[in-house]
Ligand binder design. Structure first.
Ligand code: KIV
Length: 273
């Protein structure tokens, strides 16, 4: 399907995403963490907005995604939801709120849905967290899975290199994807895996597969907004396409503002009462 033939949906739901996969229409997803950015990208026509726990990195400045709390994620999600009319809003369940105990997982997911008004939650992992996924799904909360590179497990893996390059790990990933589909997840994110494996998973399961560094044969793509806009500078994986250099743009504007104040040019006569 060409871009010109693209169907225009008024409101994106999990069912619409399924329909898009069936029609071969690629799904565009980005992260957002606040009202203003969410409003811009929703207005631009993004299909899915992920309130990612990457907020820990790009909003709070932590090295990993582990420190962000449930309250902080709910704060970001609530701000995003206020800015969105069309996109499906998915919220990352933060580290430590779903892995150990499925009842705690359910109450974390319920808090996210009730307090933020988001549409779905996302959880990292496969078979290991199946009990939590099942319990959340039983409560009628849509779940997006996340396999491959799972940043909440960085201390287990010790590195951010491409995952599932060996047969055994690739096989486990395929089985986990099938398990998540069978459980009732509406979609799966695949992060930083070989392109061929991404395509294989997308063709083996019926739910949409959204890739970040998972090649072009998956059903959609996701990037971290701050990376694709060039607000972050130090992070340059091969899968990242930068559409802007906002770091330099913002810095230049701020430098002009400082200069204008120092040389008594701002405010001028028309800019005061
Ligand atoms: O937290 C996040 O931004 C994510 C994306 C990288 C998929 O999980």
């Amino acid at each position: 399907m060409s871009v010109a033939q693209k169907t225009s949906y008024k409101k994106i739901t999990t069912h619409v995403l399924q329909e898009m996969k069936l029609k071969g229409e690629k799904i565009a997803m980005l992260t957002a963490y606040d009202f203003s950015m969410a409003r811009i990208i929703d207005n631009a026509g993004i299909d899915v907005i992920l309130v990612g726990d990457s907020a820990a990195n790009v909003m709070a400045g932590y090295e990993t995604t582990l420190p962000i709390t449930l309250n902080e994620m709910i704060y970001h999600a609530t701000s995003v939801v206020r800015g969105v009319q069309r996109a499906l809003v998915v919220v990352d369940m933060p580290f430590g709120t779903y892995q150990g105990n499925s009842k705690e997982a359910l109450s974390s997911a319920i808090r996210i849905m009730k307090e933020s008004g988001a549409d779905a939650v996302k959880m990292e992992g496969g078979a290991e967290i199946l009990e939590s996924i099942n319990r959340i799904l039983c409560a009628g909360i849509p779940v997006m899975g996340h396999l491959g590179l799972t940043p909440q497990s960085i201390h287990k893996f010790g590195t951010y290199v491409v995952r599932a390059q060996q047969e055994e790990e690739a096989q486990k990933l395929i089985e986990d994807a099938q398990l998540l589909e069978k459980a009732g997840c509406f979609s799966i994110v695949l992060e930083k895996i070989p392109a061929k494996l991404g395509g294989d998973v997308a063709s083996k399961i019926r739910i949409p597969v959204i890739g970040i560094g998972a090649g072009s044969k998956v059903d959609g793509q996701v990037l971290v907004l701050h990376d694709m806009l060039g607000i972050t500078q130090e992070f340059s994986p091969r899968f990242l396409r930068r559409y802007h250099n906002l770091f330099e743009e913002i810095k230049g504007s701020v430098q002009n503002y400082i200069t204008d104040i120092k040389r008594l040019d701002f405010p001028n006569d028309r800019e005061q009462y």
